[in-house]
Design a protein around this ligand. Structure first.
Ligand SMILES: NC(=O)c1ccc[n+]([C@@H]2O[C@H](COP(=O)([O-])OP(=O)(O)OC[C@H]3O[C@@H](n4cnc5c(N)ncnc54)[C@H](O)[C@@H]3O)[C@@H](O)[C@H]2O)c1
Length: 381
């Protein structure tokens, strides 16, 4: 598809939507979760999705990306993963048809080569550094990787006429919201560099949409958690509450630090909205399908619309494991808003997204089972 002039993305997108080779009608049965034990959910969801065949996934060896890759590959898509393995795991690419290329998103020329060679039609962009706390100590690391790296990716897409992207954004773009649950139209005022670095990418996407016709979906995740049968959460260092609590209760770390017990919440600890990673993943496929059928500028929150305090999560882990999580109460961390709860009404209404995991216990149970079955995470560690 050679485009000589004018609006590159728009022109490509027009051709794209009429290209029957590029878009295949598929009907598939997608297991929302594994079948480790009867206590885990084993719901099945039938989907008919109109999405491109050739998808490039950045950060696909990471926690969320690897689970999206699995869903795409199970749906018969040709997936190429780009990951520099700074935080990912080669072993998290489990589908035999998925190609993993070790590359950095800042390497624009390499990205262009890969996109041309692999016939990339759409990008899902997960690659980023994700620690809000660290971002307040090393801001340049986050702006360089998350923001500048994303700009390289967008330039590579523009120069190879790849017109569609689904971007992993975050609840951190809202900062410390005055109202809850948070809707997509609320003010965007990050209170940490991580959130700012992601918001800057949303701005890039918006301008690329306006000027070049890039179709994009920015999905603002709240707290991703849980696991499938084979894939789970293994960040190093780990900073997320559920895996930390599980590691502490299993004796894999001496204790869990509870940061801040004087927040203006019912028990003094932060309140967060937890969303199962399989539900996040299914939203990506729906967003890609919607982009295929529209001019493309989609922004959605992804959460369960229920908040749990840190203490409630810790208690739930203790109950599920049958043993108390050892904790040490300590000072607040900079950049932690007291309450973050999503409204996900928009994506439910517009895309028919329906999370399968609405119970905190089910989510924790899936994470716990994965950890028990993978006590050392991925095998190369
Ligand atoms: N985990 C959450 O709760 C959460 C919440 C909101 C948003 N997000 C966003 O979701 C995305 C995925 O998060 P995750 O939890 O899976 O993180 P992760 O660290 O497990 O995955 C990120 C992946 O990106 C790779 N990567 C990082 N920089 C790269 C670069 N320059 N080039 C190539 N690869 C690179 C890492 O090696 C890793 O495999 C991130 O963009 C994050 O900001 C995550």
């Amino acid at each position: 598809m050679q485009i000589e002039q004018g609006n590159k993305f728009q022109t490509e997108a027009d051709q794209f939507s009429g290209d029957t080779k590029a878009i295949m009608l598929i009907t598939h049965t997608e297991p929302v979760n594994g079948t480790i034990t009867a206590s885990m959910k084993n719901t099945e969801k039938s989907n008919t999705l109109l999405i491109p065949d050739n998808i490039l996934v950045t950060g696909g060896a990471g926690y969320i990306g690897s689970i999206v890759v699995e869903q795409l590959a199970n749906a018969g898509k040709k997936v190429v993963v780009i990951d520099n393995l700074s935080n990912g795991h080669r072993e998290a690419i489990i589908h035999p048809n998925v190609e993993m290329i070790m590359a950095d998103i800042s390497d624009k020329e390499l990205l262009k080569k890969i996109m041309i060679e692999k016939g990339t039609e759409a990008v899902m962009h997960f690659a980023a550094f994700i620690e809000a706390g660290e971002s307040m100590k090393k801001p340049e690391k986050y702006f360089r990787n998350n923001t500048a790296g994303s700009l390289s990716l967008l330039e590579a897409m523009k120069e190879t006429d790849v017109s569609t992207i689904v971007f992993s954004s975050t609840a951190a773009v809202y900062g410390n919201p005055q109202l809850t649950p948070i809707t997509e139209d609320m003010p965007l005022m990050p209170i940490n560099v991580y959130g700012e670095s992601k918001l800057m990418v949303e701005r890039l996407l918006s301008w690329f949409n306006e000027i070049y016709g890039l179709k994009y979906a920015a999905l603002r995740y709240f707290n991703a958690c849980g696991a499938t049968e084979k894939l789970g959460e293994r960040h190093q260092p780990e900073t997320h509450l559920i895996p930390l609590a599980i590691e502490a209760v299993l004796g894999q770390r001496p204790k869990l630090f509870l940061y801040g017990t004087d927040y203006p919440t019912h028990d003094g600890t932060c309140i967060r909205d937890y969303i199962h990673v399989s539900d996040l993943a299914s939203a990506h496929l729906l967003a890609l399908e919607k982009l295929n059928q529209s001019n493309g500028r989609l922004i959605y929150n992804l959460g369960n619309q229920t908040g749990f305090s840190n203490r409630e999560v810790i208690d739930a882990v203790s109950n599920i494991v049958g043993k108390k999580v050892p904790i040490e109460e300590t000072e607040r961390r900079p950049g932690d808003p007291p309450i973050l709860i999503a409204s996900s009404e928009k994506i439910k209404k517009e895309l028919g997204w329906k999370p399968a995991y609405t119970s905190l216990e089910d989510i924790i149970q899936s994470a716990y089972l994965w950890r028990i079955n993978h006590p050392h995470g991925y095998t190369s560690e």
